[in-house]
Ligand binder design. Structure first.
Ligand code: SAM
Length: 273
């Protein structure tokens, strides 16, 4: 198995954050396709019902600059507090700055390690959002850690980049061409240059591979090839909806709602403890 760069190595400095943002603005289906932006609005009625009449605290995990959260915020009851948490603190600051008129904070977090307790009064509900992170990190362990942090009645709204169709590997091959473009290469090559210990000169190659932890799950990988040495620089998981639901169940979370965009390349789940 080739070794991997940690996902946070692609985002953790301000300059990598800026390069990722360029990729996001030019290539993200959320920016390019109205149906994907609509997808993020579909849980609003059900969320409003669950959040009506009690104070709630919003914890935005891996939120980058909070674009998706701010789309939702205009249509949800105002939270008692909003906390933006990301490995990139300058992005998290921007996310907190975007939200209007509420008690706000931001902080660095490592979603790959044990999660903090987020001390809010027990009588009050928390809404966790986790957009665009599930592809980057081992998904079941992350959901399991989140489930252990959540209290009864807390809500988690998460998004997943999906493989269209019934097979994760076949579906991922269909969306592979979306990944290989000059801006993505610029971002990933900059992460390779900044990585310590130094990687030898090489080239990036994109492909679809089975996830080492779950062979039926496809990962779109960008691999750094130098001579016979191979390092995985980016791994983006593309599960089927059924695989996402199996993780949710195994993590002892309960599904409240599921929303898929028309091409079935992205989905949103609302779950609770
Ligand atoms: C693909 S971006 C998604 C950003 C944003 N939520 C969206 O959907 O547009 C992944 C985000 O996860 C963050 N991230 C990656 N690894 C992380 C880690 N180990 N702990 C915390 N955040 C992480 C990155 O900084 C980045 O903001």
């Amino acid at each position: 198995m080739p070794s991997e760069l940690p996902a946070s190595a692609l985002y953790s400095s301000p300059s990598l954050g800026r390069l990722w943002q360029k990729v996001h603005l030019a290539c993200s289906p959320f920016i390019l396709r109205r149906s994907v932006r609509k997808l993020y609005e579909r849980p609003i009625p059900i969320l409003r019902r669950h959040l009506a009449g009690i104070p709630y605290h919003w914890i935005a995990l891996g939120c980058a600059d909070g674009q998706k959260e701010s789309l939702l915020a205009g249509k949800l009851p105002p939270p008692a507090s909003f906390h933006a948490a990301d490995t990139n603190l300058s992005l998290a600051r921007r996310a907190a700055a975007r939200l209007k008129g509420t008690r706000k904070s931001c902080g660095r977090i490592n979603l790959n390690a044990q999660l903090p307790l987020f001390h809010q009064p027990f009588s009050q509900r928390r809404l966790f959002t986790l957009f665009g992170v599930l592809p980057n990190l081992p998904p079941f362990p992350l959901l399991h850690r989140l489930s252990q942090t959540m209290r009864k009645g807390d809500l988690l709204l998460l998004s997943a980049n999906l493989a269209p169709g019934e097979s994760s590997l076949a579906g991922a091959r269909k969306v592979l061409p979306q990944y290989d473009n000059p801006l993505t290469r610029q971002w990933l090559e900059s992460a390779v240059r900044g990585f310590r210990p130094h990687l030898s000169p090489g080239r990036l190659v994109f492909g679809v591979f089975p996830d080492p932890r779950q062979k039926s799950l496809a990962r779109i990988e960008a691999r750094w090839i130098s001579g016979r040495r191979v390092k995985v620089v980016l791994a983006s998981r593309r599960p089927t909806p059924r695989q996402v639901e199996a993780w949710i169940q195994r993590a002892r979370l309960r599904k409240i709602g599921r929303f898929l965009e028309p091409r079935q390349e992205e989905g949103i789940w609302l779950v609770t403890r």
